[in-house]
Design a protein around this ligand. Structure first.
Ligand SMILES: [Fe+2]
Length: 444
């Protein structure tokens, strides 16, 4: 395959595996070959080692410094060297505006996606559940699931429509990106910025998981306010890859998602040919087990915003285009408190997924690989069994450590795709989990 690499600014060396680069939002730098990264300027008259210099922007040139994202890539061929793109089939991908079905206030829950047909790779295995916003206006988000049993071979993908937050649920993904390789299995998330190209290999065999396609402002760490300087997800736990490249001269299909549709061009080389790079528009992975869970040490369950890992801010303060929230192992110690997440109706819309184990507000029916959607102001909360158990439980300190659930939360209602509204793995009886909640009211 001609893959070369593993030598980076952070260490590594002959045959050694380079340590990933640490720190969310940093100006990272990495070179797979010493001397490949120009010093003191971005675009010298002749870039080192005969490489081409190319800037990849994730923000408008003129956005404020705190929001500005770009990386400089030093590559064997410029990305511009390609023939025309042509449309290919979208498979299970759908895009905003979502108008295949009417927005539906009903609560929905799904079992895991069925196994894919043999030979399905990551791109072919993407299956859109729904979303909101408008892909042509760079707003809103989409909820995709994926399942794959085959690696991408001589095929590379990039999403011009948004960044991809990938949440593996089963199997490990080896994301071979322009910036180097990232390995993410269950318990990790991977963040691929808008436009960054990558190939997905499956080192452990078949894989499945979830994807939040965020078309709004890029995900950032949430503000911490009175929490202070530490807590929740730590910037240093986000790991960027170190430069590695492949020097491949044979046909490679480069697939681009552009305004909702898939386009492809037959390159005569691999575009994963970046020998060195620097910048802050880079992929990351994050281990959800590193999340510093904060909660109540007195009474009441805090609002689940306390579990926010990443947020995509909108122009309205405090209102996110999308949030990524994790329900990680934690202690419950609240006194005189109904400890599971409370009953609520919320103006934000919530898609929940389960990576492993169980979720403390649902006794059954919500299984790893499945998901639920509670749209704008739909009433939901613990199921009957959970309510009765938690209302009677003795309130000794309790460790909740039997599951890893997450939520994609978004400012606008999520409209389902036709396939999500009619598929066989949609549970037809989800409302029943709230049936039988008994009347306990007694007039004094
Ligand atoms: Fe909720």
């Amino acid at each position: 395959m001609g893959t070369v690499g593993n030598v980076a600014g952070s260490g590594g060396g002959d045959g050694a595996v380079a340590r990933p680069l640490s720190g969310f939002g940093n100006q990272h730098r990495s070179e797979a070959v010493p001397g490949a990264l120009p010093e003191g300027r971005n675009s010298p008259q002749r870039a080192p080692l005969g490489l081409y210099a190319e800037q990849l922007s994730g923000s408008a040139f003129t956005e404020p410094r705190a929001d500005n994202r770009r990386s400089w890539l030093y590559r064997i061929r410029p990305s511009a060297a390609h023939p025309p793109l042509h449309r290919i089939g979208n498979g299970g991908l759908r895009s905003a505006p979502f108008d295949e079905t009417e927005p539906d206030p009903n609560r929905r829950r799904w079992d895991p996606l069925p196994e894919p047909p043999a030979g399905t790779d990551f791109v072919a295995g993407l299956w859109t559940l729904g979303g909101n916003g408008d892909v042509r206006r760079r707003e809103g988000m989409s909820i995709h699931l994926y399942r794959a049993d085959s690696p991408m071979v001589d095929r590379v993908f990039g999403d011009a429509d948004g960044e991809l937050l990938i949440v593996p649920q089963r199997g490990t993904l080896l994301l071979v990106t322009e910036f180097g390789p990232l390995r993410a299995g269950p318990g990790h998330v991977a963040l691929i910025p808008r436009g960054v190209r990558f190939r997905v290999e499956l080192p452990d065999g078949p894989a499945a998981g979830y994807v939040c396609e965020n078309r709004g402002r890029p995900f950032v760490l949430p503000e911490l306010g009175p929490i202070g300087a530490n807590g929740l997800a730590a910037a240093r736990d986000f790991e960027a890859p170190t430069a590695a490249f492949e020097d491949v001269e044979r046909p490679v299909e480069v697939v681009t998602k552009f305004c909702g549709n898939l386009w492809a061009a037959a390159y005569d080389h691999s575009p994963l040919d970046v020998v060195a790079w620097h910048g802050n528009h880079v992929p990351y992975r994050y281990d959800l087990r590193r999340f510093n869970v904060l909660g109540s040490i007195s009474f009441d369950h805090p609002d689940p915003s306390i579990f926010t890992v990443l947020t995509s801010p909108s122009t309205q303060p405090g209102v996110a285009n999308a949030d990524f929230v994790v329900f990680a192992p934690r202690w419950l110690v609240g006194e005189d408190t109904f400890r599971p997440p409370y009953f609520h109706r919320n103006v934000m819309s919530e898609y929940m997924g389960l990576i492993e184990g169980a979720y403390d507000a649902k006794a059954s029916g919500f299984v790893p690989g499945g998901g639920s959607l509670h749209n704008m102001l739909s009433a939901h909360g613990p199921d009957r069994e959970t309510f009765e158990r938690a209302s009677a439980a003795e309130l000794t300190p309790q460790k909740v450590d039997d599951g890893l659930a997450f939520m994609f939360e978004t400012r606008w209602p999520v409209t389902l795709t036709e396939q999500a509204a009619s598929c066989g793995h949609l549970q037809r009886d989800y409302d029943a989990v709230w049936q039988g909640l008994e009347r306990h009211f007694r007039q004094p």
